[in-house]
Design a protein around this ligand. Sequence first.
Ligand SMILES: Nc1ncnc2c1ncn2[C@@H]1O[C@H](COP(=O)(O)OP(=O)(O)OP(=O)(O)O)[C@@H](O)[C@H]1O
Ligand SMILES: [Mg+2]
Length: 306
Amino acid sequence: MAHIWPIGGGKGGSGKSFLASSLGRLLAKSGKQTLLIDLDLGAANLHTMVDVPYPEKCFSDFVTKKIPNLENAILETPFPNLFLISGAHDSLDIANLPYEQKIKTLQAIGKLKYDYIILDLGAGTAFNTIDFFLASHNGIFITTPEPTSIENVYRLMRAIYLRRIRHFFSANDFKALGRKVKEHLGDDSRHQPENIVPIIKKEFPEKYALIKKDFNAFCFKLVLNQVRKQDNAALGEQICKFIKKHLGINVDFAGNISYDEHVHDAICQRVCFLDRYPHTRAANDLRVLNRTMSNAFGEQMMLNYL
Ligand SMILES: Nc1ncnc2c1ncn2[C@@H]1O[C@H](COP(=O)(O)OP(=O)(O)OP(=O)(O)O)[C@@H](O)[C@H]1O
Ligand SMILES: [Mg+2]
């Protein structure tokens, strides 16, 4: 089964597509059969970063049953071993996939025969983004050092965490949890997970044990992108500590990608940054990151859907 790396970030422009295309290029270059899937539904642009100017088929053709299998939506890129499922022609209504359609998509992704599958997700905390992020234990979060971007990536992590907790409760139990939370905290603190978790631990100890075990199996990573010389070198580690303290989940800091004007230049020229500017600091950062990810992520596990 393929290693699946979903890439999510709370804010638009944090570098999800740049990281997805760069990791894809590096894995493909090392001989791994690699598939990029653009799941930024409604705002897809990954094709441009891997030099596929006019995708003649795309993800929505699978959703609308224009093509029978997800395999039929796969496009070649100019790079050996690198393939793409584009979202370029997806209409806006596809941005809100019904849950059954998501499950069908995740099952279809799980059957694709690749070494690595990288999912480029949309910004924000839409259910699509969360559910696709949870398709694998090996999710990668990306943010820039700007407080607005960090705030949004934290919001995404929190939304993922709460959605996953919901998974362990029946509708009735979840209502009961809501009542307990209200009893303990009043209305205001309802959405603060750091306050909800102790209540689950006290009132639903068996579920707490299951949730804890579940989250221990995740191997989340955080990447800091567009890091400038003057930025705090310890920021990535500090964010991970903050997440551990407030959400109780482990997110490992995977590394920085330097800010580099050449990224903009490469995108404007519609060429792959790593091929055009291989000797820049950012290119080196990406190669180091790719090695870190490849070594750190263990056996691939799909959650629930298969
Ligand atoms: N390391 C970097 N150095 C300089 N500029 C960068 C870097 N990474 C990304 N950028 C710039 O940020 C822009 C946004 O990157 P990208 O499209 O990957 O973000 P995104 O998170 O996918 O955004 P969206 O949510 O809108 O899809 C790029 O067009 C590029 O100009
Ligand atoms: Mg993008």
